[in-house]
Each structure stands twice: as structure tokens, then as C-alpha cells.
Design a protein around this ligand. Structure first.
Ligand code: AMP
Ligand code: MN
Ligand code: MN
Ligand code: MN
Length: 286
């Protein structure tokens, strides 16, 4: 049965609760999913519990934004020991920084004549985890732009835009070490879509393999067939695991549905077997 290993909940910038995600997974005929919220693991306990009750296997995950100079990458961590208190303390820093960044971006928008308050945006987000999609939605609702994508412009919060601010600069190598230290595996998310360069080619990915990268998100809702084939070849050549997911954000990612990417069993089993070995050495180390 197929898997979708890249979902977001209300605990980051998705619009569904973990319980709703499990229900949707059943409707969509999936049997395995991974909740991979940005920089937070707050939704995992609920998702795993409800998954158990309703027969959906939930893989614990998190999506980190990391930096290589000016290039921003997204690194997915699967099977990380997310309940570990020292891991939670590490990621709390990222969450706090994000809150500060959101407030500062809203202040910049205010200077540009966009009359939004932090509270207005927070209401849309539901928590203090505020990402640019929440700000974009607030701008649509208040009538400043017609569609969310219009907010992602150079005038507003597009990359490098007038009200844009970068996130806390977690260095990629540091993130991969953090993931490995807590028993997880590191997968480069949507390698064709990174901020600050066109895309990740084989050489750029090889550099990450030196840091310990374990796999590539070959299948993604924004990868065309050609791009998928391109990364499948690279994964094979570099001996990397193959992963895939829709990157579903509910109403915050119009046009992307859960299950748009269905990763076949074979790849899921490979990831799980690889993780099982890693987990054994992690437990032995602890
Ligand atoms: P943040 O992590 O706050 O910088 O927000 C990044 C998120 O914004 C991404 O994960 C996408 O969901 C969304 N995003 C980025 N660029 C665009 C765009 N051009 N149009 C719509 N959504 C975007
Ligand atoms: Mn997102
Ligand atoms: Mn991402
Ligand atoms: Mn994502």
C-alpha cells in the first residue's frame, strides 16, 4: 500500500489538524504517511496515536530549513527521536526565532502600507508558528492582494523581497549532524526547488553526501516526470535512499492534495530497513 511521506499540519503552515490528516489518509487509500512540519514536532504524538487507532502508520518526521551560504535547503528528518528532551530544546530555538522573524516581517509590511497586525496573522496560523503562507493568506483576506502567490513578490514577502527576512541560519552540516545524533535519517527535500540557486545538481548533492546525507526526495508534487527521472538517476549513482511526498499543506497549498505523490512500498521498506539499522546503533550509543 502506498505512502505519502511529506505532510504539514496546523502546527506549522498546514491547515489540517493531525487527526484530520489521518482521516484524509484513509480516504485517499494511503497506509503510511509522515508528518513533517517545519521546525516543530508538536503534532507528532497526536498523529501517531490517532494513526494507531485508525490503521494508518505514521512515521515521525520534521522539515528543517538549512543554509549553505545564501542557499536555503530543506532537509527532512525521518524516524528522529523526537521525544528526547534535549532534541526538543534544540528545536525550540528555531521556533522562537521564527516568531521574532514573523513579527519583524509584519512590521516591514506595515511600513509598506499593509495594515496587518501580528494578532491577525496569528489567528490564521492558530499558533505562534507563523510562516509566509499565513502572512500571504492574511493579505488576501484583508484585500491587499488577490491571491496568495501575489504576496510572494519582490514588493512583499517573496525571497529577497522588501518585507522578506531570512530564517535562523541553521547550517546544513549542523542539521544533518543533529538528525544523526538523535537517531534520524536526513533526506534532501524537493531538490529541484531550493532558494538561492536554480536547483541541486549532482555535484551540489555530492557535497551534502559528504556531510552524511542519506537520501533524496525524488518524488514530489512539484517535480515533473523529467525532473523525477533526473533525481532517480542521481540517487542511484550516489547510493542514496529514495523518498517522496506531496508536501500537502491543506488550504495553504492550493492545488496540492494528499496522495498526489504515492511512494511505492519498495522504497518505504528500504527506508525502514535502513532506519532500523541506524536505530540499533543509536540505542547502543545512548
Ligand atoms: P517560510 O518558511 O515562512 O519562509 O515560508 C515558506 C513557505 O512559503 C514554503 O514552504 C511554501 O509553502 C510557501 N511559498 C514559498 N514561495 C511561494 C510562492 N511563490 N507562492 C506560494 N507559496 C510559496
Ligand atoms: Mn510550508
Ligand atoms: Mn520544503
Ligand atoms: Mn514541506
Amino acid at each position: 500500500m502506498p505512502a505519502d511521506l511529506h505532510l504539514h499540519s496546523i502546527y506549522s503552515d498546514g491547515s489540517c489538524t493531525p487527526t484530520e490528516l489521518v482521516e484524509l489518509a484513509r480516504e485517499r487509500g494511503l497506509d503510511t504517511v509522515a508528518l513533517a512540519d517545519h521546525d516543530t514536532v508538536a503534532g507528532l504524538d497526536e498523529m501517531i496515536l490517532v494513526g494507531k487507532e485508525r490503521g494508518i502508520q505514521v512515521i515521525p518526521a520534521i522539515e528543517f530549513s538549512t543554509y549553505e551560504g545564501d542557499v536555503e535547503l530543506h532537509i527532512l528528518a525521518y524516524y528522529i527521536d523526537y521525544r528526547n528532551p534535549s532534541f526538543q530544546e534544540e528545536i525550540r530555538k528555531l521556533y522562537e526565532k521564527r516568531k521574532e522573524r514573523a513579527a519583524a516581517m509584519i512590521a516591514r509590511l506595515n511600513e509598506l502600507g499593509i495594515g496587518l497586525s501580528y494578532q491577525q496573522v496569528r489567528k490564521i496560523a492558530g499558533t505562534d508558528y507563523i510562516g509566509r503562507p499565513h502572512i500571504a493568506r492574511a493579505m488576501v483576506e484583508a484585500g491587499y492582494v488577490r491571491e496568495m502567490k501575489d504576496a510572494f513578490s519582490q514588493e512583499y514577502i517573496g525571497n529577497g523581497g522588501r518585507a522578506y527576512l531570512p530564517k535562523y541560519r541553521l547550517v546544513t552540516e549542523e542539521a544533518i549532524n543533529l538528525i544523526h545524533n538523535y537517531g534520524g535519517i536526513a533526506i534532501l527535500a524537493h531538490p529541484f526547488h531550493v532558494n538561492g540557486r536554480d536547483y541541486m545538481d549532482k555535484r551540489a548533492i555530492e557535497a551534502l553526501v559528504h556531510y552524511g546525507l542519506d537520501g533524496l526526495e525524488v518524488y514530489h508534487s512539484k517535480h515533473s516526470r523529467d525532473i523525477t527521472a533526473y533525481y532517480l538517476t542521481i540517487a542511484r549513482e550516489l547510493g542514496l535512499l529514495v523518498s517522496g511526498g506531496s508536501d500537502f499543506h491543506g488550504e495553504n497549498s492550493p492545488g496540492v492534495e494528499m496522495g498526489d505523490i504515492k511512494l511505492v512500498d519498495w522504497y518505504v521498506r528500504r527506508i525502514q530497513e535502513y532506519c532500523r539499522k541506524k536505530q540499533l546503533s543509536y540505542k547502543a550509543r545512548r
